[in-house]
Design a protein around this ligand. Structure first.
Ligand code: NAD
Length: 350
């Protein structure tokens, strides 16, 4: 079992160090190898996704990533931007399913902008298709028609693309509360009429999972009004882009949210939902919990080791219950700690 470790830029190396300590403490005998991705890779090799990293990522069973990017590289030519590395590795590994949990631990209910009773205990998983839809459909462009500029894109999904992402959602729901809400806009868009038809067909393969459907405008509203009604939400690339950000912001604590991107064989790239936080990089104050919780997702989805995943999640719950907080989730009366001390506390709780 081989894991490719990519600390990346900014706070990446600091939060990754804690995640790796947690992983080692589990004693599961993983082989880990580090490589460069993002700005650090541009500095060292001229490429944000160098060949050595490509080889390692392809050979590994899973990839653990910190974060990439920072102002240092913002004015680089497009090919030498850190984000290119991120897009490159996702494409190279064929990662088509993005899983983003939005979990609000009861202890952090005040971090949300919504009323605590609406969000306390929230636990949603958004499953977003990553490689199709209007973001990649052809034809696309801006051209002059009848004497004025027109912009156009193509929303397109094949039934096999829809079916494989629906299966990821149903499989994930079987590890949770067995409810899938498929989000579309079938009243207006033929592409998503097909989405709904295929969702219904695929649902027949999973009689033990409850399937419901919701139009995307209503889904955006329901996420704010009554988010706890959802278990797993599954949708296309564009709707998922928007709804997953909305869902993560319900929690108010970006430093707590992990994510996974999976291929057809459950090989995955696991990373926190946040970026490289250049404003606090090198200060030892970043919250490592999103990265530590990404390790839990990796154990659950790639290595099918549910007990180890739950062990990490319970350790995180325990340190929150003990009142430990990094700056991003700090409230008066709590015990403010830095990155290393938070990692120490999770290890102790394990
Ligand atoms: P960001 O998520 O890095 O930071 C937003 C705010 O949240 C900042 O105030 C930051 O200090 C805080 N924050 C983020 N993670 C935190 C943590 N673990 N602990 C404590 N505080 C935390 O988003 P941004 O500022 O928009 O982007 C900064 C850089 O990160 C940019 O170069 C961007 O391109 C890149 N980025 C990378 C990824 C990725 O690697 N997947 C994702 C988003 C942004």
């Amino acid at each position: 079992m081989k894991i490719c470790v990519l600390p990346g830029d900014g706070i990446g190396p600091e939060i990754m160090a804690e995640a790796v300590r947690v992983l080692k403490a589990l004693g599961l005998g993983f082989e880990m190898e580090e490589a460069l991705l993002g700005g650090c890779a541009v500095d060292a090799t001229g490429s944000p996704y160098p060949e050595a990293t490509q080889k390692l990522a392809l050979a590994a069973d899973a990839v653990l990533l910190g974060a990439v990017g920072g102002p240092k590289w913002d004015n680089n030519p497009r090919e030498q931007r850190p984000e290119r590395g991120l897009l490159g590795i996702r494409k190279h590994l064929g990662l088509f399913a993005n899983l983003r949990p939005a979990i609000l631990y009861p202890e952090l209910a005040n971090a949300s902008t919504l009323k605590p009773e609406v969000v306390a205990g929230l636990d949603i998983l958004i499953v977003r298709e990553l490689t199709g839809d209007i973001y990649f459909g052809q034809p696309r462009g801006i051209e002059v028609r009848d004497g004025e500029r027109c912009g156009f894109n193509t929303m397109i999904y094949s039934e096999s693309e829809i079916r494989r992402i629906l299966r990821v959602a149903f499989d994930a729901a079987r590890k949770r509360s067995r409810k899938v809400c498929s989000v579309d806009k079938m009243n207006v868009l033929e592409c998503t009429q097909l989405w709904r038809d295929v969702a219904i067909e695929t649902g027949r393969e999973y009689p033990d999972v409850e399937l419901s459907h919701m139009l995307v405008d209503n889904a955006a509203m329901q996420l704010v009004k009554n988010p706890k009604q959802f278990d797993v939400m599954v949708t296309g690339n564009m709707f998922g882009d928007i709804l997953s950000d909305e869902a993560s912001m319900l929690t108010g604590s970006i430093g707590m949210l992990p994510s996974a991107s999976l291929d057809a064989n459950n090989k995955g790239l696991y990373e926190p939902s946040h970026g490289s936080a250049p404003d606090i990089a090198g200060k030892g104050v970043a919250n490592p919990l999103a990265t530590i919780l990404s390790v839990a997702m990796m154990l659950r989805y790639t290595f099918a080791n549910e007990p180890a995943a739950v062990r990490i999640e319970n350790a995180v719950k325990k340190v929150l219950a003990q009142g430990l907080r990094t700056g991003d989730i700090f409230e008066p009366g709590m015990n403010k700690v830095g990155t290393r001390a938070m990692g120490d506390a999770v290890l102790a709780a394990l």
